[in-house]
Write a protein that binds this ligand. Sequence first.
Ligand SMILES: O=c1[nH]c(=O)c2[nH]c(=O)[nH]c2[nH]1
Length: 297
Amino acid sequence: MAVKLGPNQYGKAEVRMVTVDRSGPVHHIKDLTVSTALRGDLEATHLTGDNSVVVATDTQKNTVYAFAKESPVGEIEDFALRLGRHFVGAFGHITGARVLIDEHGWDRIEVAGKPHDHAFSRSGDEKRTTAVTVDGDRAWVVSGLRDLVVLKSTGSEFHGFPRDKYTTLAETDDRILATAVSAHWRYLGVEDIDWRGAFGDVRQTLLEAFASLHSLSLQQTLYAMGEAVLERRPEVAEIRLSLPNKHHFLVDLTPFGLGNDNEVFFASDRPYGLIEGTVLRDDAEDAGLAWHTLPAF
Ligand SMILES: O=c1[nH]c(=O)c2[nH]c(=O)[nH]c2[nH]1
């Protein structure tokens, strides 16, 4: 039987790291989950167990921690680029790297109305993310966010869909629209980008578009959110959105002799509709390896 090794990569997944900037009395923390994966001339270890060019995943993990000590982590995109370029530059047989980072938010606790110097509370489930791919001397950055949960209590309709013998869904001209936004956007280039500023602006633009559009479907909302981001941020080539439709079903209160004018809902967690799509510039440069090994959405 003739078989051969296909595409492969390996690395350390989900390195948990918290850093404390203690340069002044007011501490600053960063809470990251970092995953590294390397590609290259790795046939030998797979075929014969010869590990002479295998940068151990343990070494990859240690490098994450050491880099955080050697210079400030800074923005996750910059930290991921530093790590990816290091692995590709330092080891001849390693030709490519992918570094994924999730940043978990912390808010400063307020005590007697004043922000505390060194006490924090977790901001919630939302994550800021980046996925950096390095190939030789080229690099791509896809940044994003996950689990940004939003809801509007009106301004959403859904009707006009085909009906067959399996259709029971009632048409509605007023419903709750809720979702947990996952958005990943590809930057044009990797130099001279204000990563933090762009992130904050994309996030705010997504929220404003969700709130402002009178929605006739979550699909329409998805497109409007993506379009708004591309109109606002010239350095973004493309954005991929994944929007679970967090259904809220009107509770039937007639057994209790009560009406229900869109006031009392059952918040269902599954199954859920899953609306996914990409919005991109007509003339965007080729994505190269930006999405290589990333899930489609
Ligand atoms: O915005 C929606 N899009 C759908 O495709 C869909 N399907 C469904 O049952 N409800 C909804 N809502």
